[in-house]
Design a protein around this ligand. Structure first.
Ligand code: FEO
Length: 180
């Protein structure tokens, strides 16, 4: 029987530097997903089931972002670099509700800077298709940063008030239903 020879994908449809930056982004999204998963476990351990669900949803979202980037690279007939799934930087943090959210916002800002780097590179090399694709992430990052900022503001108002924390935990649980 006649066999169709599989052609090797060797003519990249993505600029090498753009591809490298997207691969770095995949790594960051994977890390964020694991970081939020860890926070989900930590908050659950401390009895904050609502906040735990919030971070579980965040973890799912970050994984979706990673898949979105991987799919785009494949669409362009290139091969994405898969991050190590069990990799997690040593994030030994003392449990503190406010600082966990502040660290999350800090990480989101890092992600935003990384996304901006991709946009700049796309402009530099004239890759308008990828620039258009990555704009989705620009909007997403604006929303993510605002979401964390709002929760941090509320936590600062709450301070050590247990009742305030009880309500925040409940509220975040309502907007983050279990995803299983
Ligand atoms: Fe996908 Fe929150 O960065």
């Amino acid at each position: 029987m006649y066999k169709i020879k599989k052609e090797k994908k060797n003519h990249s449809m993505l600029n090498k530097e753009v591809l490298n930056l997207i691969n770095e982004q995949i790594w960051l999204e994977n890390n964020a997903s694991f970081y939020y998963l860890k926070l989900s476990i930590d908050f659950n351990d401390k009895g904050f089931s609502g906040i735990s669900n919030f971070f579980l949803n965040q973890s799912h979202e970050e994984r979706d972002h990673m898949i979105k980037l991987i799919s785009y690279i494949m669409e362009k007939d290139c091969s994405p670099s898969l991050p190590q799934y069990n990799f997690m930087e040593d994030k030994e943090e003392t449990f503190n509700v406010l600082s966990h959210f502040e660290n999350s916002l800090y990480n989101e800002k890092e992600v935003t800077m990384s996304i901006n780097k991709i946009v700049s590179k796309c402009k530099e090399v004239g890759d308008y298709t990828t620039e258009n694709f990555i704009q989705w992430f620009v909007i997403e990052q604006r929303e993510e940063e605002n979401k964390f900022k709002e929760i941090i503001d509320n936590l600062k108002i709450i301070g050590d008030d247990g009742l305030g924390l009880y309500h925040l935990n409940k509220e975040l649980g309502i907007i983050s239903p279990p995803t299983i």
